[in-house]
Write a protein that binds this ligand. Structure first.
Ligand SMILES: *Cc1c(COP(=O)(O)O)cnc(C)c1O
Length: 385
C-alpha cells in the first residue's frame, strides 16, 4: 500500500468566502522554522502555540465575547463551572482569603469549601445583598471576591458599584459571574469589575446543546495568569463547540429581548397569583432588588424563581406533573422553557438565606409569554386542588 503524503497547505482556496466561520481542528500547530518552534512560548498570550490554547476558531469566539463584554481579553473554557474554578486556581494560593456571595452558583461554593479550603485557602461566604459594608469583612490576605448578582435561585442583588469601589481601594480582585444578565444586560468590565465570567452554555449557546464558559478582563497581567492556567490545566474547548457558540451569538440579542420580556410578563402574572407566596425577579418593580437592578443593568434575565403556596411536597410534585409546556430540567438560556425545584433543605444549608421554603425556578424559553404564564397558572390551580 502506498502512503498518501499529507496535505500541509490547509489555507482556504482563493475565490471562496462564506458567512460562517471556519472550524479549525488542531492539536499540532506548525512552525515555519526551528527558531519559531523554540521561541513558541513567547507567543502563548497573543499567537498560536499548541491546540490546547486554541485555533483561529477559538480566537474568533474569544474576540467576539471580549467585544460583547467591553473587555480587551477573553479566554474560553470547557464550561461555566470550569471558568470559575480556573480563575480561582490561577489566582489563589495557600494563606489567601476569599469572599464568596452566599447565593453564588452552588458548585462554585462546593469547589471553595471542598477543594480550595483543602489547599489552604480560607473561604467565607457573605450576605448576597451586601454593599459597601462588605469592606468590614476584608482581611489583609483577602485576594478575591466572587460576586453573582442576582444570585442563583434566590436572586439577591449586590450593590456592585459600591463593592467594586471598596475592593479597588483595598487592592482586592473582583470576579463577577454574569451568566444571568449576560453582557447585554450588564457590562461588568467597563464598570470596574476585574474579571467577568459567563456560563456560555446558557444564553450564548442558546440551544441547550453544548457546554462552554468564558473569562473576560481588561487587565493584561490577569489575562496572562489566566491564559497560563488554561494552558497548564489543559482546559481546552473543541472547535465545534466554539462554532456553535459563534452561531448562537448571531441571534443572542433577538433571543435575549424576547425571552427577557416573556420572563417579566410571567413574573408579573405569578406575583398576582393566589397560589404564589413570593416571586424573586429583580427586573420586576416591587422586587427587593429592583432599585439596584435598575441602577446598573440595561436588560433583565430569563430565569426567575418563586415560592409556591402549596402546603405539601405531594402538591409540589402534582404541580410539576401538571406542567405541559415547561419541561423538567436544570440549566437555562435555551429556547425551551424549563422548570426545577429546590426543596427547603437546600436553602437551610446556606448561612445568609432570606427564603426558608422550597423554590421553583423557571427558565423562560422562546415559546411566548401567554402560553407560558397560562401553563404555570393551570398547573398551580391543579396542584392546589
Ligand atoms: C449554569 C451556571 C454556571 C455553570 O455553567 P456550566 O457551563 O453549566 O458549567 C455558572 N454560573 C451560573 C450562574 C450558572 O447558572
Amino acid at each position: 500500500m502506498k502512503n498518501t503524503p499529507p496535505t500541509l497547505n490547509n489555507k482556504p482556496e482563493d475565490g471562496f468566502q462564506s458567512l460562517s466561520p471556519a472550524v479549525w481542528r488542531a492539536s499540532t500547530v506548525l512552525f515555519d522554522n526551528i527558531a519559531d518552534f523554540t521561541t513558541r512560548k513567547e507567543r502563548l498570550f497573543d499567537g498560536y502555540t499548541y491546540g490546547i490554547m486554541g485555533t483561529p476558531t477559538t480566537r474568533m469566539l474569544e474576540k467576539r465575547i471580549a467585544q460583547l463584554e467591553g473587555a480587551s481579553h477573553c479566554i474560553v473554557t470547557p464550561s461555566g463551572q470550569s471558568a470559575l474554578c480556573q480563575v480561582a486556581l490561577a489566582l489563589l494560593g495557600a494563606g489567601d482569603h476569599v469572599l464568596i456571595a452566599d447565593s453564588a452558583y452552588g458548585p462554585l461554593r462546593s469547589f471553595a469549601s471542598d477543594y480550595l479550603q483543602r489547599f489552604g485557602v480560607a473561604c467565607e461566604t457573605f450576605d448576597p445583598s451586601a454593599g459597601a459594608e462588605l469592606a468590614e469583612r476584608f482581611r489583609p490576605n483577602t485576594k478575591l471576591i466572587f460576586l453573582e448578582s442576582p444570585g442563583s435561585l434566590t436572586m439577591e442583588m449586590q450593590d456592585l458599584p459600591a463593592i467594586v469601589r471598596a475592593a479597588r481601594a483595598a487592592g482586592i480582585t473582583t470576579v463577577l459571574d454574569n451568566s444571568w444578565a449576560s453582557p447585554l444586560g450588564l457590562q461588568g468590565v467597563p464598570m470596574g469589575i476585574d474579571i467577568v465570567v459567563e456560563a456560555a452554555s446558557k444564553l450564548f449557546g442558546g440551544h441547550s446543546d453544548l457546554l462552554l464558559g468564558s473569562i473576560a478582563t481588561d487587565n493584561r497581567s490577569l489575562y496572562e495568569k489566566l491564559r497560563t492556567a488554561q494552558s497548564v490545566l489543559g482546559q481546552v474547548v473543541g472547535p465545534d463547540d466554539c462554532f456553535l457558540v459563534l452561531r448562537g451569538l448571531d441571534t443572542l440579542a433577538l433571543r435575549y429581548a424576547h425571552q427577557c420580556a416573556s420572563a417579566l410578563a410571567v413574573a408579573e402574572r405569578l406575583a398576582n397569583n393566589p397560589h404564589v407566596e413570593r416571586v424573586m425577579f429583580p427586573p420586576r418593580p416591587g422586587d427587593e432588588g429592583h432599585a439596584r437592578w435598575a441602577a446598573s443593568f440595561q436588560g433583565g434575565g430569563c430565569v426567575l424563581s418563586f415560592v409556591p403556596r402549596l402546603p405539601s411536597e405531594a402538591q409540589v410534585h402534582q404541580f410539576f406533573d401538571a406542567l405541559q409546556v415547561f419541561r423538567i430540567g436544570a440549566s437555562w438560556g435555551g429556547v425551551h422553557s424549563l422548570a426545577g425545584y429546590y426543596p427547603e433543605a437546600e436553602q437551610a444549608r446556606r448561612a445568609y438565606c432570606r427564603v426558608t421554603q422550597g423554590i421553583v425556578r423557571l427558565a423562560i424559553g422562546a415559546e411566548g409569554a401567554e402560553l407560558l404564564a397560562a401553563d404555570v397558572e393551570q398547573a398551580l390551580r391543579s396542584a392546589a386542588g
